[in-house]
Write a protein that binds this ligand. Sequence first.
Ligand SMILES: NC(=O)c1ccc[n+]([C@@H]2O[C@H](COP(=O)([O-])OP(=O)(O)OC[C@H]3O[C@@H](n4cnc5c(N)ncnc54)[C@H](O)[C@@H]3O)[C@@H](O)[C@H]2O)c1
Length: 340
Amino acid sequence: MYNPDLYKTPYHKESLSDKTFLVTGGAGFIGSNLVEYLLKYGAKKVRVLDNLSNGYFENIKEFIDLPSFEFVQGDIRDLESCRRAVADIDYISHQAALGSVPRSINDPITTNEVNIGGFLNMLVAAKDSQVCKRFVYAASSSTYGDSKELPKVEGREGKPLSPYAVTKALNEMYAEVFSKVYGFHSIGLRYFNVFGPKQNPNNPYAAVIPIFCKHFIEGTQPTINGDGLTSRDFTFVENAVQANIKALLKESLIKESVTQTHEVFNTACGDQVSLNEMVTLLKKISNKNIDAKYGLERAGDVKHSKASIEKIKIELGYYPLFSFEDGLRISFNWYRKNNQ
Ligand SMILES: NC(=O)c1ccc[n+]([C@@H]2O[C@H](COP(=O)([O-])OP(=O)(O)OC[C@H]3O[C@@H](n4cnc5c(N)ncnc54)[C@H](O)[C@@H]3O)[C@@H](O)[C@H]2O)c1
């Protein structure tokens, strides 16, 4: 039931057997990985709220018979569904959103409704809950927008480059305001290009790593948008899960004020890998000599991205255990095994 390559290291100290969790978007890529960790380490209850618009029942199917697991098919755009989902829940991880820059350019209205309206509903439901101990949400590196500064440091953001980036920046503004106005404190994790098992390659808005793994498995040529020098701080999903666990559960945060304010943390490796370098590694991992084609640069994308991870290291005790190459190897093998 559990992937033998993943979650061999526990990132929490206290027992999970008396703790209840809600993972919105838990049928999606990152959410289902977090669910796997929580169930593997014996959480008392893990509830998923997902409308399956971009996630897959397949990602959580293996957990469905566990008494500690509960799947609720529902939409975060409905406040009552959010209120029901947070009932009896100690720790909330809000992952549900419509990702992808191109999707938001094609359909800014739906992205706005889900990512802003849905986010606000979850924030209100969590604030009104009598039992919620911590609210952690998926923020995004896209919030750095047009800033060319590297590495990206929290507090030094540029202007958004896409409708998606607007929604993620606005989430942070709402969370900040809820902290000031209602004393409801939360933590945003600014993910930098997360990849790994259960990320779907067969979706019109699929991310680059699943698409390229699929090409290498099938022996077909992938297309790089641009010159291949575009670089990202690619983050293996187990590193992102570690950040979530620490943000949710770390009782004695190194800096206590983290739980008395709204804080955002870059969640990444602090490294930079170009698309050309990724193709070179895929050749090595797959043992196939396939060269990429080159196409047009994509709208709404920044050329380079690399995070400073000082803040999350110091304040949450996070340390990325998986390098890009380790993560790419595990992901490639997972796609090969699962015929994705
Ligand atoms: N993957 C990345 O590299 C990355 C980077 C930055 C931020 N993020 C953010 O992390 C979160 C998780 O991303 P992911 O890559 O796992 O994406 P994903 O699409 O695999 O997961 C998101 C899940 O949310 C669900 N969802 C969408 N709209 C919903 C709605 N209205 N009601 C209920 N559920 C809904 C989808 O069905 C899906 O299962 C998202 O908030 C995303 O914006 C991801």
